[in-house]
Design a protein around this ligand. Sequence first.
Ligand SMILES: [Fe+2]
Ligand SMILES: [Fe+2]
Length: 166
Amino acid sequence: MSTDAIVLLKKDHQEIRKVFTAFEKTGDKAYVEKGKLVDRMIELLTVHTYLENEVMYPRVRELLPELEDDVLESYEEHHVADLLVMELVGMKPEHERFAPKTTVLIENVRHHMEEEEQEWFPQVREGLGRKALQEIGAAMEEARKKAPRKPSQPGALKKTIDAVLA
Ligand SMILES: [Fe+2]
Ligand SMILES: [Fe+2]
């Protein structure tokens, strides 16, 4: 099995996109289904964000300093998504703001994933090469085992709070 970091991250993106599309197909009053799909997207996003924040971004920042600005922008895009996620966690699917908030989350994350795939990943692949990407991917798969799955778990929540207060 390939552990190429970009292949693995794209696989995550595809899984996230599937849940986004499923959410968009739900009926207006399908609150139970909407709630479940949002729980699922939050889980996928929490794990994926953790892997990028903790492994991929720091490694790229270190190895390819010329891509640092992109990394810093990505941290901010993750942060905006984290804030929306934190709000959704405490909200009932029946609330009038639940579906629109989810839609904004989806729009933001889609835009971010597009940028990663279209602009950033090709530059990273070019700059790092196959071997480094395999190593980073292996480190990500290791980190996946202990990744938080819910934003309320200590690591993820603390990061959000630190980012707000810093
Ligand atoms: Fe990202
Ligand atoms: Fe990503």
